[in-house]
Design a protein around this ligand. Structure first.
Ligand code: ADP
Ligand code: MG
Length: 674
């Protein structure tokens, strides 16, 4: 019988008190302790000769104590102990602070290991506060995360005997280990805790990182393939071609495919759980309205939820324009809907008199009820928390859910981030779109840029100038939207209608400005990234982004997506004075590509996955050893391995998959807790 699940307090040397502390560190069983990997290592395997010691470097010296320890009292709580040590190449002076016990235990003429940094600011070679160990400690030693009362050494002592006992079955099937040249579990655990050599450590680490990402991905793939919940909202008739007749344009093939994917899901008798990933301007709104139209014609209610009032209103206008003569009822519900209106709408939603509701999070306030809510669409979902989405989904009896995102996610991360969602991709722009011309210039050219903006405005077009911050602080040379606005309004652009939009304005103010911009009353809008999401003003054809280096690539791409939405030629100018280094490289990528997926891939390469993973609550369990930024190759390989394995053995029935299956079940439990 395996003792991996045995409570840690039954481990020899662990009492109640220590057990409590270990629990708080996430170490609750023998198995968890085995998987409590060191956070770093001390390399005591390579001995540096004193002669070869370099100032500022961390080294391990094997040397004899050659002088008695001198004690020097400096002040209260500060006693220094000094002595010299030497090997056959030179002499090193060592300083130890306040550790009387250690100082007293050192014996002249005996050899020890001294592990520490060679002081940079002294004439003779010296080392201060080194770790001092017996020569038998040579090797690579683990350094564990600690907690008060639990030292790294304690953990080391606890792990050692466990490694000699039962470590459990290997969670990686033999076939996978062989194909990807991974070591077995025993070798991996032994060497992750007590590496025989740097090479052995690398081998162990690779295997454990692979294992972790493999289990996660296999689990997510299984989750995705799992039977979905039954639902009564079954689409019997597809009205999307009837809806097409209401449109002033023809849907692109990609839009049609996405619609078909959804209709297929919604006719299946199982709840849809899908993501539409479509680049900015690819026409996701029309897809959403088409689906809501079909739902309404099948007798079900739908909601479309946007992250801001401006966007909700914009969607409402789109819907009103398209459905005006359709005989369907629709409404707008946001935070600024008047109280009496809100009461009317709520009643109509409850009675089922309204087919389509558009709105903000006001739609999910607890007192809004629906008659038969069958489809929940959230737009630009990176602004919505998972919790909010779940709350809305909870309004109906297993409604279909659709999430629309304009942030292309690198393919390698897609599965990790979107877990169990099915994905449709809109990778095609409506016909007749003008390519946006992009330029990267330094601020020296700003006056010319202004001239260029004026040219656009004089032709009747509109434009944006985007700044990274609202307020200036003394120590940043960044341009603030507010000050910028004031100087342009009374200076360079005094003959033009200039507006200001930033995040610190309240939503009423923001809306007023946005409306003025949409109506053409404002020609040039000075703004921060509040315009990033979804705003559609086809007459806007020029955008200038100040301090472009301050933005992430995907964000710049989103911003740029606000122009080039009509039939006019559009221009985006990135201003940055950083002309070399990785930042400049990044800006070159955005300058030369408008493909959101390509940009996302580049962003991933250049900045790591933080931008993609960071701003969302993905609800995944914490990784113990893998780091998605640096282990992206292993992420890819283990994803392939997971897909291959599931293709051969979709239910993981094979004998050597049993441990894997067990691991995945416990992972599901963790996923559900999150
Ligand atoms: P996004 O995918 O960024 O949300 P929108 O739904 O706002 O894009 O659409 C951008 C613009 O393209 C809108 O003005 C919309 O009316 C228009 N549009 C959408 N689909 C098509 C199409 N198939 N042909 C022409 N124009 C389209
Ligand atoms: Mg949109």
């Amino acid at each position: 019988m395996s003792n991996l699940n045995t409570d840690i307090r039954f481990l020899k040397g662990v009492g109640e008190k220590r057990a409590e502390k270990l629990y708080s560190m996430g170490i609750d069983t023998f198995g968890a302790l085995l998987r409590f990997y060191p956070r770093a290592y001390q390399d005591l395997s390579k001995i540096t000769k004193i002669f070869d010691c370099v100032r500022g470097e961390k080294v391990c010296v094997k040397a004899k104590v050659t002088t008695p320890v001198k004690e020097q009292y400096i002040r209260q709580n500060m006693t220094v102990y000094r002595f010299d040590v030497s090997d056959d190449s030179g002499v090193l002076s060592v300083t130890v602070f306040n550790n009387k016990f250690l100082a007293n235990s050192l014996k002249v003429d005996r050899e020890y290991l001294f592990y520490g940094k060679i002081s940079e600011n002294s004439f003779s070679l010296s080392m201060s506060s080194p770790e001092i160990l017996g020569t038998s400690a040579m090797g690579i030693r683990p350094v564990y995360s600690t907690a008060s009362g639990i030292t790294s050494k304690m953990i080391e002592k606890m792990v050692k005997p466990l490694l000699l006992g039962d470590i459990g079955e290997d969670t990686l099937p033999l076939s996978v280990r062989e194909s990807y040249k991974l070591c077995d579990l025993k070798t991996a655990l032994l060497n992750i805790h007590f590496p025989k050599s740097t090479e052995a450590l690398q081998v162990a680490k690779r295997r454990l990182v692979f294992e972790e990402l493999f289990i996660l991905q296999t689990g997510l793939m299984l989750l995705k393939g799992k039977k979905k919940a039954n639902t009564d909202f079954i689409v019997k008739y597809d009205f999307s071609s009837e809806f097409q007749n209401l449109l002033p344009f023809k849907m692109t093939n990609a839009q049609t495919t996405a619609i078909n994917d959804c209709i297929k899901d919604m006719s299946s008798g199982r709840a849809m759980n899908r993501l539409i990933e479509g680049d900015v301007g690819s026409g996701k709104t029309a897809v959403a309205v088409s689906l809501m139209y079909t739902m309404a014609k099948n007798g079900f209610q739908s909601v479309l939820m946007a992250p801001t009032e401006i966007l909700a209103e914009q969607h409402f206008k789109t819907v009103s324009g398209l459905l005006e003569n359709s005989g369907l009822n629709y409404c707008l519900l946001t935070g600024s809907t008047t109280k009496s209106n809100k009461e009317k709408i709520k009643l109509a939603l409850k009675n089922g008199d309204i087919d389509i509701a558009i709105g903000t999070h006001a739609l999910i306030s607890d007192d809004v009820e629906f008659n038969n809510l069958g489809l929940v669409i959230t737009d630009e979902q990176h602004r919505f928390g998972v919790g909010q989405r779940a709350k809305l989904a909870g309004k109906g009896e297993k409604p279909h859910t659709l999430v629309m995102s304009a942030t292309p996610i690198p393919r390698t991360l897609g599965l990790i981030i979107y877990g169990d969602l099915d994905i449709s991709i809109i990778n095609e722009y409506p016909k007749g779109r003008q390519q946006i011309e992009s330029y990267l210039v330094t601020s020296k050219l700003r006056q010319r840029v202004y001239g260029y903006i004026k040219k656009h405005l004089d032709e009747g077009r509109q434009g944006y100038i985007v700044c990274p911050l609202v307020e200036e602080s003394e120590d940043t040379p960044l341009i603030s939207a507010e000050r910028y606005y004031n100087s342009l309004k009374s200076g360079k652009f005094k003959d033009y209608r200039v507006g200001l939009l930033h995040g610190k304005m309240n939503s009423k103010e923001k809306e007023t400005v946005m409306h003025k911009f949409k109506d053409g009353e404002i020609q040039l809008l000075i703004c921060t990234t509040v315009i990033e999401v979804g705003i559609d003003v086809p007459n806007a054809t020029i955008m200038v982004i100040e301090n472009a280096e301050r933005f992430g690539l995907s964000q710049l791409h989103q911003l740029r997506g606000r122009i080039g939405r009509g039939s006019f030629k559009s221009t985006c100018i990135f201003i940055s004075d950083l002309t070399s280094g990785s930042t400049a490289e990044r800006l070159n990528v955005i300058k030369s590509s408008t493909d959101g997926f390509k940009i996302a891939d580049e962003d991933l390469k250049l900045r790591g996955p933080g931008d993609f993973l960071g701003n969302r609550q993905h609800g995944l369990p914490q990784l113990k050893i893998a780091d998605i930024s640096s282990d992206i190759d292993i992420l890819r390989l283990s994803g392939m391995a997971a897909a291959n394995l599931l293709e051969k053995d979709p239910k993981l029935k094979a004998e050597d998959c049993i441990p894997l299956r067990k691991e995945i079940i416990s992972l599901y439990i963790k996923l559900n807790e999150n």
